[in-house]
Ligand binder design. Structure first.
Ligand SMILES: CC(C)(COP(=O)(O)OP(=O)(O)OC[C@H]1O[C@@H](n2cnc3c(N)ncnc32)[C@H](O)[C@@H]1OP(=O)(O)O)[C@@H](O)C(=O)NCCC(=O)NCCS
Length: 283
């Protein structure tokens, strides 16, 4: 999850004017040309990968959020006018244009990426949706009907399988974006939302749900692990845990850690997906 923020860099690479505009956001409109120019330039830096909404600090392993980058994105919705764009005969009417910086990215018809998302060369976009502020790093596959929410941070060589839903930070507003670290494999139709974190090399079984408060249980030991995180180099599936309520005992969803993988190794089924991807097949 290195990204282009120099490790340990203090503050935001974006200019302070964004904070000033944020303070008077209520009065801004698309007619304010100066504000619009400043916001467009900031979001364009995010689009180019020169700034990002969040990154993992390699020293502390903490997710560092650039509030200014989030503000720039929210301000874009205030200062950009509605505009029409077109793909073939199909028309869009929106404030945020489609992304045009897609060098080195394989993009299939039906894929949508909004300006202000960063998509590194060597990624594959099947018919999927990548929202503003999202960061998708090299070698990652965004499979069919996967959605990458605003500000979500996806690492290198990740597989977001068919129909995966990665939540965003804008709607509803969340403090910390979802982070999926390098080499992770997120199985079909998983939902990872609200600042949950999939650690390096983790495999999430199809249909797993991970929110910041999801209980994570190691089935070997029964230990409760940090909530809202799929541990590194693990294989996890959605499960249930018993929970007592006044009306009786019911099962609530949880994430079960089924296996631990040797660091650097891939689960054999996700290795198969990698082979299929190398040959351009939608796994
Ligand atoms: C989680 C997964 C990686 C486990 O694979 P595995 O290591 O071979 O493990 P198994 O299939 O032997 O499953 C182990 C147990 O977990 C259960 N299980 C497997 N996948 C599950 C899932 N997604 N959710 C809940 N339980 C699951 C199995 O029923 C099995 O239970 P059992 O031991 O009582 O029989 C795999 O099942 C999976 O979901 N892969 C993702 C597939 C996918 O989405 N591909 C992308 C296509 S675009």
């Amino acid at each position: 999850m290195g990204g282009l923020r120099p490790p340990g860099a203090p503050g935001s690479p974006l200019p302070e004017v964004i904070d000033e505009l944020w303070e008077r956001r209520a009065e801004l409109t698309p007619a304010d040309a100066q504000a619009r120019a400043a916001v467009v330039s900031a979001v364009d830096a995010i689009d180019a990968g020169q700034a990002r909404v969040a990154y993992v600090d390699p020293g502390t392993d903490e997710v560092v959020v650039d509030e200014r980058a989030k503000r720039a994105i929210l301000l874009a919705f205030r200062v950009l006018p509605m505009a029409r764009s077109q793909v073939g005969d199909f028309r869009y009417e929106d404030r945020v244009p489609l992304k045009t910086r897609l060098d080195g990215v394989r993009v299939l018809p039906g894929a949508i990426a909004r300006w202000g998302s960063f998509i590194a060369p060597g990624t594959v976009l099947m018919p999927s949706f990548v929202n503003i502020g999202a960061y998708v790093d090299e070698g990652t596959m965004v499979d069919t009907w996967a959605t990458v929410g605003s500000g979500a941070q996806i690492g290198k060589n990740v597989h977001l399988s068919g129909g995966v839903g990665i939540g965003g930070v804008l709607e509803p507003p969340n403090a910390v974006p979802v982070v999926v670290e390098d080499e992770a494999m997120v199985g079909s139709r998983c939902m990872v939302v609200g600042g949950a974190r999939v650690r390096r090399g983790a495999t999430l079984g199809a249909g797993a749900i991970l929110t910041p408060t999801t209980h994570v249980i190691d089935v070997e030991t029964g230990a409760e692990l940090p909530r809202g995180e799929a541990p590194p180099w693990s294989v996890c599936v959605g499960g249930t845990r018993p929970r007592a309520f006044p009306g009786g005992e019911f099962g609530l969803p949880c994430l079960l850690v089924l296996k631990r993988l040797p660091e650097g190794s891939r689960h054999d089924k996700s290795a198969l997906n990698a082979i299929l991807r190398d040959h351009g097949v939608d796994a």
